[in-house]
Design a protein around this ligand. Sequence first.
Ligand SMILES: [Zn+2]
Length: 138
Amino acid sequence: MTAEKIRRLKCACCGGEAGHWQQWHNQDTGWGLCRTCADWIMSQPSTRTYHNELASPLQFCRTYGLPGKNYEPRYQRHCGLDFAIVASFPNRVKGTSDANEFMALFRGTSVLGIFGDQIILAMKDDIGRKPVEPESQA
Ligand SMILES: [Zn+2]
C-alpha cells in the first residue's frame, strides 16, 4: 500500500479550513470537507420533495471520502482507545444490510462493534489512539 499524500484542504461547502487530509478523488484538487459541514449535511432531513441521499453513509462517503482519511472523523472509545468512526448504522435489519453493503464497497473497513443501538465501522488498520486528555484548568 502506498502512502497517500496528506495535504491542506479547504471545505467545498463553507470555504473554511478543512484540515490536513488525503485528497478524495471525487472532490476538486485542494478541496475537502470540514467536520462542521459534514455533520450539517448528514443531519439535513429528507422532505417530501427532496430525499437527502447524503444522509446515507454510503452515498456520503462516495461523495466526500472516508472520515479519518479524507476529513476529520468522530471517535468511538473502545477498550480505552479512540477509533475513527468511518460509518455508523442502526443495529436493525436494514442497518445491518447497509453496513454490509458499505464494507463490500469500502474494502478496508470492518465492524468495530455495537455501541448503543449503532453498528460502528472503522478502518481495519486503525489500531486506536490514546484519548486526548482534556486540558487541565490552572
Ligand atoms: Zn465547511
